[in-house]
Design a protein around this ligand. Structure first.
Ligand code: SF4
Length: 377
């Protein structure tokens, strides 16, 4: 992955196929609703987008079909099949529901996608169900989610688990990780809240809690599951610091999470591989297309760059001045002078939401860059 030409093409293209969703999660970025918006890209327009994506050249980026719930679209398998026929790898990010994500559908999905991501925001039903509310069917989303993990495993579909971390579930992270690990997920992706959409009502971690959590995630990544963060790219700074032998004492939260992790998981294997990462960030290696075709640097950074109905996604990705500045790591504040800026660069979405400056420093990072820094390896 280190040779992937991030300036030329993204690694991941997120396509929000619809805003319709059977769930009404409390942190939903998309403010998902029960019925689709009238202006969603139609089947032919989605296929034209796929044609445009082939303009990036092989190997193609992974097209992540997200939502809302992509399974709410009647033509979703048609779209998948068309992308597959063009040689574009697909990942799917469905919502958990018994009507749409049942065993028959999972068997349909198998063979069409390279992986699936499913959300788990609590280690117990009370927390998870309080965050992931159903709007359509009265189901225990937590129990259904665990059952879906088992079916993925039985059917042989690789899956990753996504967890949105906030004040109300942070202390459950070790037990969530154990569920992720024991169910055979390939990766655990931890989302740090950005106050957009319905997440405005929730309480994000403060900067020192965020630091404690990314330091804890370093420990969790020693147990054979790939751990990644979304909107906390300073996890990469931590990976470099810890891989280079820098220890971390932390605040009480770090101690609490790490000792619970050791208690329930035991010591990590002696030959544990040290974590690695790809230095993507919003708009650099990642691009997002909304259900109406708007192009944004990411789903959490609603900075309009164009619309796929009239603009070519390849040209926008390669030439838009906002994206060029993001990929140059030309930032303001601490992120602008930080020696980790080319591999981290801070969350552009958080800088935009909190400071109204998409190039500003990431307010969730506690790091104080040293003057005249040496470049990072
Ligand atoms: S100051 Fe900015 S670039 Fe440096 S580690 Fe923190 S978020 Fe990353």
């Amino acid at each position: 992955m280190s040779t992937w030409p991030l300036n030329e093409k993204p690694v991941l293209i997120f396509y929000e196929t619809t805003r319709a969703c059977p769930l009404a999660c409390r942190h939903c970025r998309a403010n998902a609703i029960l019925k689709p918006l009238p202006n969603e890209l139609m089947t032919q327009e989605a296929m034209k987008l796929i044609d445009d994506i082939t303009g990036f050249g092989k190997p193609y980026p992974v097209l992540i079909l997200t939502g809302g719930d992509p399974l709410m679209r009647e033509d979703i398998f048609e779209i998948m099949d068309y992308a597959k026929s063009q040689g574009i790898p697909i990942a799917l990010s469905p919502a958990v529901s018994t009507k749409l994500l049942n065993e028959d559908v999972l068997r349909e999905i198998k063979g069409r996608v390279s992986s699936v991501s499913i959300s788990l925001d609590g280690a117990e039903a009370r927390t998870h169900n309080a965050i992931r509310k159903t709007a359509l069917e009265p189901i225990d989303v937590f129990k259904t989610t665990l059952r879906v993990f088992d079916v993925f495993r039985a059917v042989g579909i690789p899956f990753q688990v996504n967890t949105a971390v906030m004040k109300m579930n942070v202390r459950e992270l070790p037990r969530i990780f154990k569920i992720v690990h024991d169910h055979g997920a390939t990766a655990w992706e931890v989302f740090f809240l950005i106050r957009v959409g319905r997440a405005m009502e929730l309480e994000p971690l403060d900067p020192w809690e965020s630091e404690d959590v990314v330091q804890f995630l370093y420990e969790a990544s020693m147990y054979g599951v790939q751990v990644r963060t979304v909107e906390a790219p300073f996890f990469r700074r931590v990976i470099i610091q810890r891989n280079n032998g820098l220890s971390y004492r932390g605040m009480g939260l770090y101690e609490e999470l790490t000792s619970e992790l050791r208690k329930i998981m035991g010591e990590p294997p002696k030959n544990a591989k040290r974590p690695t990462f790809t230095p993507t960030r919003d708009g650099y290696g990642i691009i997002f297309i909304s259900s109406e075709g708007n192009i944004y640097p990411s789903g959490f950074l609603p900075l309009y760059l164009g619309n796929v109905r009239k603009d070519n996604i390849v040209r926008v990705y390669r030439e838009h001045p906002v994206l060029m500045r993001i990929r140059e790591a030309n930032f303001n504040g601490r992120c602008g002078i930080c020696e980790f800026r080319s591999i981290c660069g801070g969350s552009r979405a958080r800088a935009y939401t909190e400071l109204n400056d998409p190039f500003g420093e990431d307010p969730a990072c506690v790091y104080k860059p040293t003057p005249n820094p040496q470049p990072t390896p």
